[in-house]
Design a protein around this ligand. Structure first.
Ligand code: D5M
Ligand code: FE
Ligand code: ZN
Length: 474
């Protein structure tokens, strides 16, 4: 019964379409009666059944927000939070924190048993059960099914996801080191689980966002790449002029502030500023020309001067000499509260891993990867690939609490997505196509800024490539 295609058909029988989240909710609750309950409650003019039609889902906001929300609060990622690169023991704490917190988000929905108990207790040969584990390895089988090895603190087990099951698309997107729950039954030999359903830490069905009570707007950009011969100075100057006339209170820059030195072979041939201090000096002077009331939040990326391993520390003091007092330097990632609206800033190095691992993913639609991060509640789920991760006692790349906006960069192609009321904004770049990007066939979308009205959470896209758009007036 709890087959998503059967649920969809039950709704279609009464001429109703149904949102995939409603189908997932019914599957998770394993309650057949819910379908009739939902159908009997939807208004006559309803065409698509969404979560708001489901009895029992009460929209809720996470945490407590105060009436006098501060203008700018750095919730996490303040300068000095990142620890030095770790010892081996720290990796044990790191992964146990990752498993403990992410499995805690899944536990309430599928009541997993310890993996070791499958072998000890014969009842699991007869009945369905759930387990929760970190993905050690995942691969396709000769027949096109998907096989994952899951590990929890008690043991490990192989899980088979049948390609004919309706939610196989979710199984195809399982990536190494993410934490998942699985409901299924045991093979006769007792060494393999046949999966029926997959659970991710995910955003709760009931989640709604906070908005600001006061008017205000934030502008989101990234990848300025000051110092590169492809930095678009004219477009930047048009953007700066536009900011001076607009009612913008905050400017967020999600990494690759400068082009850096020695980031890739022969980079010096593409630099107009070959000294790292001078690159930051130039950026500081550019930002000093912006209105002093605009608070500017700056986090680093893989071209910046700090270590590449995430969390990346904030740009050190010695590079900040020419920056105006309106600048706040934070780490990568960082969680920022602007008038009660929380922005999770993350440069986005892990896009390189996730795009290469997920079927159908592309650099052009990198913004669609942000929902995949939200489902996994992790900014960089895969360890030991292109995204270097510095182990800490806690896993700072876990998405917790849930922000209103995830702001990323890195791909140089802008895009906007929304998942369960969380907005994903990938800002573009201020650099035209480089030789490397040409070789990789990456077509950037330069000179785009995305503004967000903090009261409505409506994003607005402004293009500065060939002219100046009208100023933003709230
Ligand atoms: O990244 C600029 C662009 O190049 C962006 O679209 C990501 C892509 N990129 C960067 N590094 C890699 C690797 N290693 N493989 C594939 N694609 C990559 P930037 O960080 O500004 O250099
Ligand atoms: Fe970049
Ligand atoms: Zn980058």
């Amino acid at each position: 019964m709890f087959d998503s295609s059967v649920i969809v058909e039950r709704f279609l029988d009464t001429k109703l379409q149904v949102h995939p989240d409603v189908v997932r909710y019914i599957c998770e609750k394993k309650d057949e009666n819910l379908i009739d309950q939902i159908i009997s409650g939807v208004p006559d003019d309803c065409l698509v059944v969404s979560l708001k039609h489901v009895p029992g889902i009460v929209p809720s906001r996470e945490g407590v927000r105060f009436l006098s929300d501060p203008e700018v609060e750095i919730i996490s990622g303040r300068t000095g939070t990142a620890r030095p690169v770790a010892k081996v023991e720290d990796y044990i704490s790191y992964f146990s924190d990752r498993f403990g917190r992410l499995s805690g988000m899944i536990r309430g929905r599928c009541s997993p048993i310890p993996i070791e108990a499958i072998k000890r207790n014969s009842r699991y040969r007869q009945e369905e059960f759930s387990v929760c584990g970190m993905v050690v390895d995942v691969r396709s089988t000769g027949n096109g099914h998907r096989m994952a090895e899951l590990e929890d603190p008690t043991g490990s087990v192989n899980v088979l996801f049948n390609k004919d099951r309706p939610d196989f698309a979710e199984a195809e997107r399982i990536v190494p080191d993410e934490v998942i729950g699985v409901r299924g039954s045991l093979s006769n030999e007792g060494n393999l689980i046949f999966a029926d359903q997959i659970f991710r830490p995910d955003i709760p069905f009931s989640h709604v966002s906070y908005t600001s009570e006061r008017k205000g707007a934030a502008v989101l950009i990234s990848d300025i790449h000051v110092g590169s011969d492809t930095f678009l100075e004219d477009a930047w100057n048009r953007f700066a002029d536009w900011l001076c006339e607009s009612e913008v209170s905050y400017l967020l820059v999600a990494g690759d502030l400068v082009d850096g030195i020695g980031i890739y072979p022969d980079q010096d041939k593409e630099l107009v500023i070959t000294n790292i201090y001078e690159q930051y000096d130039m950026l500081g002077k550019m930002l000093a020309k912006l209105p002093s009331h605009i608070r500017i939040i700056l986090s680093p990326g893989n071209h910046d001067v700090v270590r590449g391993a995430e969390p990346q520390p904030a740009i050190p003091e010695k590079f900040r000499g020419s920056f105006p007092d309106s600048c706040i330097f934070v780490e990568n990632p960082a969680l920022i509260n602007l008038q009660g609206v929380r922005f999770l800033m993350y440069h986005g190095r892990s896009f390189d891993d996730l795009i290469s691992l997920m079927p159908g993913a592309s650099y052009e639609k990198a913004c669609d990867i942000i929902p995949e991060m939200l489902k996994r509640r992790h900014l960089a789920p895969c360890y030991g690939r292109r995204t270097p991760i510095a182990a800490d006692i806690i896993d700072r790349l876990i998405i917790d609490p849930i922000p209103e906006v995830v702001h990323t960069g890195h791909v140089h192609i802008y895009g906007i997505s929304r998942y369960r009321n969380v907005l994903g904004i990938n800002s573009g770049t201020w650099q035209s196509q480089t030789a490397f990007q040409k070789q990789m066939n990456i077509q950037p979308t330069p000179a785009i800024a995305i503004a967000l009205d903090l009261k409505s959470l409506q994003p607005m896209v402004y293009d500065f490539m060939n002219g100046s758009p009208a100023p933003l007036v709230l």
